[in-house]
Write a protein that binds this ligand. Structure first.
Ligand SMILES: Cc1cc2nc3c(=O)[nH]c(=O)nc-3n(C[C@H](O)[C@H](O)[C@H](O)COP(=O)(O)OP(=O)(O)OC[C@H]3O[C@@H](n4cnc5c(N)ncnc54)[C@H](O)[C@@H]3O)c2cc1C
Length: 400
């Protein structure tokens, strides 16, 4: 399955995109084998290494070249499902706890960026989520009130406030503070290099073809040989339908562009992350080298688009959306891509132990906040694997 097509921006920012990893012999036994070397697998490996576990990471591709290289790199504590909606869905305690976990995950990602992935342009930003229509003003007000009540750093802007801060105006906006942007490709690559340096075993171009649970271990057949591990984690992204069948998931596709660097971004208040209340939404951010990245126009098709003309057509529409907000900027498309994109039907990720298997775990960060889910999920799985209590696991478990 092609996870993405078109021209990706992030891989062009890395010095040696496809440097060969050291070829290692397969050890007799690993504590944990992680299938998938994207954002989820890399963060799991990082988190488990802190516990001195012996880790193997296997990927059928070159690592970091799956969906994680198509990621637009917005990190937010707000989710596709607003907090007040999540409260209606799962109750106040769990919903607020989930939002708090997302907020903490941004701090954990920042720590990793400062230590293991220093070239990842992690920058704290505020987010501006504007009401797409007058009807959505109430929604923004309700969300503002509930976030404020639970101590999240938020502000509310009226239409007048917006005019003072930005060259465009919308009926209202919710401002969340303490979000961030990152270059997801160099971030994952940095973590993988760190994991390798700290003794994790990385195997690229190694497809897992069969997994069998034995009495005291798991046997994992791959295209390069058989591995044995005490536990395994599936961090396989959007390619295989999740086992959370009770809940279900949709694989759709989405589009993004990166522009040529813009001469003057001073009209872009705080270089904020900009998105909206409409679903699916349009969103934009800037990059460390002064580009604009915009994404959206989701379509109900599971496969990444094949046609270059189709991708270019969507890219042009994204460019027009930027021009509507920032008409003074000269927008030239430099990169345009389309990619598969997974969302669970209840807007929560799938993280946890397989309900019927003893030694198999999943980390599937479905949803627009996938990176934040990968981070918080790596901590939940660490606890489950080490048999430590983790009450948060209940919120995202596979058979919820
Ligand atoms: C256009 C777009 C924009 C996005 N924007 C954002 C954003 O702004 N912020 C955000 O947080 N998230 C965003 N996301 C989501 C984010 O990209 C995902 O959450 C993230 O990439 C998921 O990482 P992963 O490791 O689960 O998947 P991947 O990066 O796809 O890694 C999974 C790996 O598993 C490997 N694999 C699968 N099956 C096997 C097998 N049988 N054997 C061996 N290896 C296997 C694959 O080769 C792949 O490398 C966006 C996604 C898209 C498509």
């Amino acid at each position: 399955m092609d996870l993405h097509n078109g021209s990706l921006f992030w891989p062009t920012t890395a010095a040696e995109t496809f440097h060969e990893r050291k070829k290692l012999p397969i050890d007799d036994h690993y504590d944990v084998l992680i299938i998938g070397g994207g954002m989820s697998g890399a963060l799991c490996a990082y988190t488990l290494l802190q516990e001195n576990l012996k880790i193997a990471l296997v990927d059928k591709r070159v690592m970091a070249t799956g969906s994680s290289s198509a990621n637009t790199g917005l990190l937010q504590f707000s989710n596709d499902i607003m907090l007040f909606e999540l409260i209606e869905q799962i109750g106040e305690e769990k919903a607020v706890r989930f939002y708090k976990l997302c907020q903490s995950a941004i701090g954990q990602l920042e720590n990793i960026a400062n230590t293991a992935a220093k070239d990842s342009d992690f920058i704290r930003r505020k987010s501006i989520c504007f009401a797409s229509t007058d009807e959505d003003i109430k929604k923004v007000q309700k969300e503002y009130a509930v976030l404020k009540k639970h101590g999240f750093p938020v502000s509310y802007w009226t239409e007048e406030d917006m005019k003072q801060h930005l060259p465009f105006s919308k009926p209202a906006a919710l401002i969340t503070h303490g979000d961030a942007e990152v270059n997801p490709f160099t971030f994952v690559r940095g973590i993988l290099d760190y994991v390798e340096h700290k003794g994790g075993h990385l195997f690229e171009n190694a497809e897992v073809t069969n997994v069998t649970e034995k009495k005291d271990h798991v046997s994992i057949e791959t295209s390069i040989g058989t591995f044995h591990a005490s536990q395994i984690i599936y961090a396989i992204g959007y390619e295989t339908p999740p086992i959370g069948e009770k809940i279900g998931a949709d694989i759709n596709r989405s589009y993004a562009i990166a522009t040529q660097p813009i001469d003057d971004l001073s009209e872009w208040e705080g270089r904020s992350l900009i998105w909206e209340t409409k679903r699916p939404y349009l969103y934009m951010r800037t990059t460390a080298d002064g580009r604009i990245i915009a994404g959206g126009l989701d379509e109900d098709e599971p496969e990444a688009p094949q046609s270059e003309d189709w991708i270019n057509n969507r890219a042009h529409r994204l460019k027009q959306e930027i021009e509507k907000l920032f008409p003074m900027m000269d927008i030239q498309i430099a990169y345009a891509w389309g990619a598969s994109f997974g969302e669970s039907l209840d807007n929560l990720p799938f993280i946890g132990k397989h309900p019927d298997k003893k030694r198999q775990y999943y980390l599937l960060g479905y949803g627009g906040n996938g990176t934040v889910y990968s981070m918080l999920g790596s901590h939940i799985l660490k606890d489950l694997i080490l048999q430590r209590p983790n009450p948060d696991a209940e919120i995202v478990k596979l058979d919820r």
